[in-house]
Design a protein. Structure first.
Length: 149
């Protein structure tokens, strides 16, 4: 239950940042082709285009939110079918993530800055809703325990 609450709080922070279009706390390393004035700035580090420079770049994809989600889903999967579903979901997400990363530059160019803001706000809303549900799922057993005792 503590992982549900903690994961929900982390997701909520990420979703809120996305909904409010706040600047990210991390760099993606993607080229910003749709921002013409960005190319003229010389104050960025020379290695900004290489995401592997980020210390242990993998936690950018498998961070606290995704680790918590897998742990919570694994704990709820009590049957062999449930375990296979969680494992299969992880594999599908890995494949989808690989495809998304492969096609990211082309998608960014097609959507443009306005399209990306729309997608960001929609995804932020979805992440925030998931966060609230995770928090509710973590808090509910605590309050049920108080009523029973």
């Amino acid at each position: 239950d503590a992982f549900r609450i903690a994961g929900g709080v982390i997701f909520f922070g990420i979703g809120l940042d996305m909904l409010q279009s706040r600047p990210r706390r991390w760099r993606t390393g993607l080229r910003r082709a749709y921002e013409a004035d960005r190319a003229e700035e010389d104050d960025e580090p020379a290695n900004d285009g290489d995401p592997s420079i980020t210390p242990l770049a993998i936690p950018m994809l498998a961070g606290p939110g995704s680790i918590t989600t897998v742990m919570v889903l694994r704990a709820e999967a009590t049957t062999a079918t449930g375990l296979a579903t969680v494992g299969g979901s992880v594999v599908v997400i890995l494949l989808l993530t690989g495809f998304i990363l492969w096609a990211a530059d082309r998608v960014l160019l097609r959507l443009g800055q306005t399209g990306m803001k729309v997608v960001e706000k929609l995804m932020g809303l979805l992440v925030t809703v998931i966060a609230v549900q995770l928090i509710l799922n973590g808090v509910t057993p605590f309050f049920k325990g108080l009523l029973v005792d």
